[in-house]
Ligand binder design. Structure first.
Ligand code: GLU
Length: 351
C-alpha cells in the first residue's frame, strides 16, 4: 500500500535529501536549519574578513578609562561559536580584554531571572535614548529616567536590582552567572577595575541622579561599584562568543548543556540588543547589519544569530559612538556573506 504512493517526484526528492551536504550549523534541538551556512563557508568568510580588515587603522582606543588607552590597538581576534558548539577562531583569541558594556546583557538576563521580565521592564525601561551611553541629559529628559538596560544609567539601575545580603554576595552572584554563560570560570581584571574605579565620577553622578527620581533600587555608590566590577571582567573572544552562543541557543550553554538563561527572556534580551546595543549607532547597525549585538568600550562586539550561533570580535580602536571600528566591519562583512541579517527574507529561509 505504501509502495503505491512512491512517485518518481518523491523518489527524486528523497535522492536529493540523501546526497545534500548536511549544514554544519544546527540548533541544539537537533533540528537542522535549512538556511544555515556550511562550515567551509563560515571559515572562508571569517578568513576573508580577517585579511581584509587587519591593517585597518580607523578609530582610537577609549581613553577616559586610563587602562584602556594603553591596550595594544593592533590586537584583533574573531571567534564564532555555534549552537551545536562548533567553534572557529582567528587572530588574537587568547587575549583577555575587559567585557565592559557587553556585561550589561548578562546582568539584564540575571535580573530577569530573579524578578521576571515585566518587573525589570517596569523598573528600568527599554527605550533607546538617542544620546551618548553615559548621558545625564537622557536621565533628566526621559520619562523612565533610566532609559534602557544598555545605557550606563539603565545598566546601573539593572545592577541595583540584583539581590544579595551585601555587596560581595551580589558581585559573586553576577560573576558566577557570567561564568555559567561562558562555560568556564571568568575573573575580574583588577587593573581595569582600579583604573575605572578611580575615574568613574560620571557614573556616580548618574547613580545619584537616578536616586533623585527613585529609579535606583539599592545604595547608589554600591551599585556603581558592582557595575564597575562587572565591566572589568576579563573575557577572550572565544569565551565571549560562547556567552553569545548561550543566548543564540535559547539560554542553554551549548558547551555545558546548562540552561543558564530562561528561554522566555531571550526575545526581550535580543530585542533590547537590536534597539540599543551599539549606543547611538544602534539604528544604523540594525539598518545595515540586522543582528542583535552589544558593544563595549574595551573593543569587543558580540552579535547573535538566533538559533545558529554568535560571533565575537575584539579590536580596541573605537569610532565616535564608542563602537570598535574593526569589529563592526568584520561582523558586517561576515553577516552579509553568510546571510545572517535577521530582517532579510533569505536569512529566515523564505527563498
Ligand atoms: N565601564 C564603562 C563605563 O561605564 C562601560 C562603557 C561601555 O563599554 O560602553 O563607562
Amino acid at each position: 500500500m505504501f509502495a503505491k504512493r512512491i512517485t518518481p517526484a518523491l523518489l527524486a526528492a528523497l535522492a536529493f535529501i540523501a546526497t545534500a551536504t548536511p549544514p554544519v550549523l544546527t540548533a541544539q534541538t537537533g533540528s537542522v536549519s535549512p538556511v544555515a551556512p556550511k562550515k567551509e563557508q563560515v571559515q572562508a568568510a571569517v578568513r576573508e574578513a580577517y585579511e581584509k580588515f587587519r591593517s585597518d587603522t580607523g578609530g582610537k582606543n577609549a581613553d577616559y578609562i586610563p587602562y584602556l588607552a594603553q591596550v595594544d590597538s593592533k590586537l584583533f581576534g574573531i571567534a564564532i561559536v555555534t549552537t551545536n558548539n562548533d567553534s572557529l577562531t582567528m587572530g588574537d583569541v587568547n587575549y583577555s580584554f575587559s567585557i565592559q558594556s557587553i556585561s550589561k546583557v548578562f546582568t539584564l538576563a540575571l535580573a530577569m531571572k530573579e524578578l521576571g521580565a515585566d518587573k525589570v521592564f517596569d523598573k528600568v525601561g527599554s527605550e533607546p535614548t538617542g544620546r551618548p551611553f553615559n548621558s545625564p541629559i537622557a536621565v533628566v529628559d526621559m520619562t523612565t529616567h533610566s532609559g534602557n538596560p544598555f545605557v550606563n544609567a539603565g545598566a546601573i539601575a539593572t545592577t541595583s536590582l540584583i539581590s544579595g545580603k551585601d555587596e560581595t554576595e551580589k558581585w559573586n552572584k553576577i560573576l558566577d552567572f557570567y561564568s555559567k554563560a561562558a562555560g568556564e570560570k571568568l575573573s575580574l581584571i583588577d587593573e581595569v577595575y582600579k583604573s575605572e574605579a578611580a575615574t568613574n565620577t560620571g557614573n556616580k553622578a548618574l547613580s545619584y541622579l537616578l536616586a533623585k527620581y527613585d529609579r535606583i533600587y539599592a545604595d547608589p555608590f554600591e551599585s556603581v561599584d558592582i557595575y564597575t566590577k562587572q565591566c572589568s571582567v576579563g573575557v577572550n573572544a572565544l569565551q565571549l562568543a560562547r556567552m553569545g552562543a548561550t543566548l543564540a541557543n535559547n539560554g542553554k550553554n551549548p558547551a555545558t548543556g546548562e540552561q543558564v538563561i530562561s528561554p522566555e527572556d531571550i526575545p526581550h534580551i535580543l530585542s533590547t540588543m537590536a534597539m540599543a546595543g551599539l549606543y547611538d549607532g544602534s539604528g544604523g547597525w540594525a539598518w545595515h547589519v540586522g543582528l542583535p549585538s552589544k558593544s563595549g568600550v574595551g573593543g569587543g562586539i558580540l552579535s547573535i544569530v538566533p538559533g545558529k550561533g554568535a560571533i565575537a570580535v575584539f579590536a580596541p580602536p573605537l569610532d565616535e559612538a564608542g563602537n570598535s571600528v574593526k569589529a563592526q566591519k568584520v561582523i558586517d562583512y561576515v553577516s552579509e556573506k553568510l546571510n545572517y541579517n535577521l530582517f532579510s527574507p533569505s536569512s529566515v529561509g523564505f527563498k
